[in-house]
Design a protein around this ligand. Structure first.
Ligand code: UT7
Length: 326
């Protein structure tokens, strides 16, 4: 049996931590509100001189070491990110140079918090087209660099970090069993960053008008997130013919504990089968799933033979799920 599988995982988060108590001093909020409404207690934040590619490279080096693959043997580097170092060149090209992965084709995917899941399907397709290929997939973000620190409804949510995996074909019955992706561009204005693109190029006006920060209608996003992640996970289980009760671990995008809890209930999963680390990281967008996956592999929550589901939702709107046998 040949399948496309993850050979190794890695992750990295900046050392500096911003707690809810720190945020109480910055905006009109409380630790109690943030904890009860989101499940977040603290998040890692990058310093001003450290761009996202630095976090991406550290996570990638750990994934390559775990996979025992040399950077020079990579065929593709794909980065899921909406906070690249700059608009162009792509962050994947910056990572390619820093890793010395001279053979690799490199590009970014902008699918918001679903970037890593979109990347998994892309990696699967690329390896299906040529089974000799090795793909490095990274989810890396510094959302705190585009956060409006005066908007209490969003600034308490975000954190920085990176996660990475190396994928290749294996001659074993483990790896990706099914995927499901979706998008609805009609709901694009629920989470977006209006300034800096060709519609509103950077200018004094766009800076004064706070157009370079995240705008999110959180309470309108919430029900879509629950419905679409539940649907994506169900469709992926159906496509693989795996019954719900054979799912061993659900790793959902860490946007809000109440969303995570609702998806767990939709899938009839007890909470011990749902991975949660939002309390320590906040919402790290496309990095949240590969960070959680790396933690779960390293702390023994994922062991060979387990059915693991990754499911995400984000700006676009976009959503998707990947079911794997580890
Ligand atoms: O990762 C990409 C996808 N993004 C998401 O999935 C985000 C989904 N949405 C959410 O997680 C939640 O909607 C939020 C955490 C963003 C907000 O929670 P909520 O329970 O939906 O609150 P809300 O926006 O409906 O606001 C309820 C109240 C409001 O006060 P009033 O009008 O009822 O007096 C807000 O002004 O809570 C107030 N509020 C706060 N109070 C203290 C909003 N933010 C804060 C805050 N501290 N930080």
């Amino acid at each position: 049996m040949k399948r496309i599988a993850i050979l190794g995982t890695g992750s990295f988060a900046p050392e500096k931590i911003l707690t809810n108590a720190d945020l109480e001093k910055m905006v009109d909020t409380t630790d109690e509100w943030i904890t009860q409404r989101t499940g977040i207690k603290e998040r890692h934040i990058s310093d001003k001189d450290t761009p996202t590619s630095v976090l991406a490279v550290k996570a990638a080096e750990r994934a390559l070491a775990a996979a025992t693959v040399n950077a020079g043997d990579l065929d593709f580097i794909i980065c899921g990110t909406v906070t690249p170092d700059m608009i162009f060149p792509s962050m994947a090209c910056l990572v390619q140079a820093k890793l010395g992965a001279t053979k690799a084709v490199a590009f970014d995917i902008a699918a918001g918090c679903t970037g890593f899941i979109y990347g998994m399907e892309l990696a699967r397709s690329l390896i299906t087209a040529d089974p000799s290929r090795k793909v490095l997939l990274i989810g890396a973000e510094e959302l705190t660099k585009i956060t409006d620190w005066t908007d209490r409804s969003s600034c308490v949510l975000f954190g920085d970090g990176a996660g990475a995996v190396v994928l290749a074909q294996v001659d074993e019955d483990r790896g990706i069993l099914s995927t499901f992706l979706g998008a609805d561009g009609n709901l694009g204005d629920l989470i977006y960053q209006p300034g800096g693109g060709s519609l509103h190029p950077a200018s004094h006006e766009t800076v004064d008008g706070k157009m370079h920060v995240i705008k999110m209608a959180g309470n309108r996003v919430f029900p879509h997130a629950v419905r679409k992640m539940g649907e994506a996970a169900t469709r992926a289980l159906e496509a693989a013919g795996v019954p719900q009760d054979q799912l061993d671990l659900l790793i959902p995008h860490q946007a809000n504990f109440r969303i995570i809890d609702a998806i767990g209930r939709q899938l009839n999963l007890p909470m011990e089968k749902v991975y949660v680390n939002i309390d320590r990281y906040g919402n790290t967008s496309s990095a949240s799933i590969p960070i959680a996956l790396d933690e779960a592999v390293r702390n023994g929550r994922i062991t060979p033979g387990k059915h693991v589901m990754l499911v995400a939702f984000g700006a676009g709107l976009t959503w998707g799920a990947v079911l794997m046998r580890w």
